[in-house]
Ligand binder design. Structure first.
Ligand SMILES: NCc1[nH]cc(CCC(=O)O)c1CC(=O)O
Length: 308
């Protein structure tokens, strides 16, 4: 394994670079002598910074160019936020490992208020996530939801410029970038159910690259993998991308998996919720049964309306 240089495909945002560096460090620690090199790429999602993501549509907005790089042999692995990884992989590539999950919660970030409950009746909230929007609107029907795109630093700068009373970001991104002090409150999953895969980093590579798959296996976290598998199975059944008002979050306690899911109208007027638990070996079935319950209770109509 010595003398091997692992080429790591990554986006150029500070968070993506942090995650790629983190994987490089972990690999070098596990395999002394191993060398790594970052291969930075720009994805469609990075270019379309002005358009609300919910309108841009298309799956794999943040991963396609990285996948192309691996298929063309310009990179060996790609480091992704699991939240941005579509359900399906192109032929020849697969998700090799998932790292231990960071804090999965959504963060309430504000310069004026220390928690959701302090917000005025008509708060101005910055987010482009329909998932976050519908959960905020359920609590604050008069909330004004304002577009907020860009990387974490850009979003914080817009908050600091006074455009919003608060913004919602993933706690994991803030923690990784050393900005946990900006988190006014971590929203309990009962207040803001996280996105599928939130807080987890996944590594994709060529399925037939036995050397790389073997190296990566040292970074695998089986518990995170089980939880994220349940969440992704729910998402697959709902045919959800990252631009839909869907949330799903699983945890493991000894060998029992607990999972919650929701589908909501973007305006927060209706949110369907479901929860199931069962043995960890049935993670995917649990995710699918939550999806089916959500579809049957009315979620199918919400999702259909968004496709029209
Ligand atoms: N949609 C962008 C994105 N993808 C992953 C994270 C955060 C890190 C993670 O969930 O692991 C973020 C930023 C955010 O939602 O605030």
């Amino acid at each position: 394994m010595a003398n091997q240089i692992i080429r790591i495909a990554t986006r150029k945002s500070p968070l993506a670079l942090w995650q790629a560096e983190h994987v490089a460090e972990r690999l070098k620690r596990a395999f002394p002598g191993l060398e790594t090199e970052l291969v930075t790429m720009t994805t469609k999602g990075d270019k379309l910074l002005d358009a609300p993501l919910a309108k841009v549509g298309g799956k794999g907005l943040f991963v396609k160019e990285l996948e192309q790089g691996m298929l063309e042999g310009r990179a060996d692995i790609a480091v992704h936020s699991m939240k941005d990884v579509p359900v399906e992989f192109p032929d020849g590539l697969h998700l090799s490992v998932i790292l231990q999950r960071e804090d999965p919660t959504d963060a309430f970030v504000s310069n004026r208020y220390t928690s959701l409950s302090e917000l005025p009746e008509r708060p101005r909230i910055g987010t482009c996530s329909l998932r976050r929007q519908c959960q905020i609107k359920e609590k604050f029907p008069n909330a004004e939801i304002l577009t907020l795109r860009g990387n974490v630093n850009t979003r914080l700068a817009k908050l600091d410029a006074g455009e919003f009373d608060a913004i919602i970001l993933a706690s994991a991104g803030l923690i990784r970038l050393g900005m946990q002090h900006r988190i006014a409150a971590r929203l309990d999953p009962s207040e803001s159910l996280p996105a599928i895969g939130q807080g987890a980093i996944g590594i994709e590579c060529r399925s037939d690259d036995t050397v790389i798959n073997e190296l990566l296996s040292r970074l695998h976290d089986p518990e995170t993998h089980i939880c994220v598998s349940a969440e992704r199975a729910m998402n697959a059944r709902l045919k959800g991308g990252c631009q839909v008002p869907i949330a799903g979050f699983a945890t493991l306690q000894s060998d029992t998996l607990y999972m919650r899911g929701l589908v909501g109208d973007p305006d927060g007027s209706v949110i369907y919720r479901a929860e199931h638990s069962g043995p960890a070996e049935q993670a995917e079935q649990i995710g699918v049964s939550i999806a089916e319950e959500l579809l049957a209770s009315g979620g199918d109509k919400i999702l259909q309306a968004l496709l029209d």
